[in-house]
Design a protein. Structure first.
Length: 180
């Protein structure tokens, strides 16, 4: 009769009157996965470099704005999914517009201390002459990191106006997952 013994099956071995716990080698070398990033771990803002600015003057053509998150904590953390983005309008008729998500699949992003990632917001600019009820003039963006409830308030630095499609099924203004 053969007996198979594994490290797990040997939960305790008594050697010279002392109990010795057997630990699988994989458990001894495994490192704990980083926790997810919380709002308090991050800082956020708009990318404002020349190559990152949305082309708000190109009417009727989609452009992109980029919002970044930087890990300001002393530990590594992860982000995965979509940020929540609510645009607050400058016109009294604008109100708040909660942006829809793209169909892109999110990936997990690991941020060490000081590391930065971003996500893009696709925008559909319109001309100033567009009737007020058909345009949305952004003033602020309320940006909530994935899986969080507290947001950052970011002032919209780029001017321009966007085609108001806050009730559309497939609007020209929407957001992409973090890291994309």
């Amino acid at each position: 009769m053969k007996i198979k013994m594994t490290a797990v099956a040997l939960a305790a071995i008594v050697a010279a009157g002392t109990a010795v716990a057997a630990v699988p080698a994989s458990a001894a070398t495994a490192k704990a996965a980083p926790a997810r990033c919380h709002t308090a771990d991050l800082k956020a803002g708009f990318a404002t470099g020349d190559d990152a600015k949305p082309e708000m003057g190109k009417v009727g053509k989609q452009t992109q704005a980029f919002i970044w998150f930087t890990n300001k904590s002393n530990h590594t953390c992860t982000l995965s999914g979509f940020a929540g983005v609510d645009m607050v309008g400058a016109q009294r008729t604008d109100g708040t517009w909660s942006l829809m998500r793209s169909s892109k699949r999110p990936t997990k992003i690991t941020l060490g201390r000081g590391d930065t990632t971003d996500f893009s917001v696709n925008l559909l600019p319109v001309a100033r002459s567009t009737p007020q009820k058909e345009k949305f003039v952004p003033a602020k963006f309320l940006v909530t990191p994935p899986n969080e409830t507290k947001h950052f308030t970011l002032k919209w630095p780029f001017g321009g106006q966007i085609l108001k499609q806050d009730g559309a099924t497939h609007p020209g203004t929407y957001l992409n997952p973090v890291g994309q």
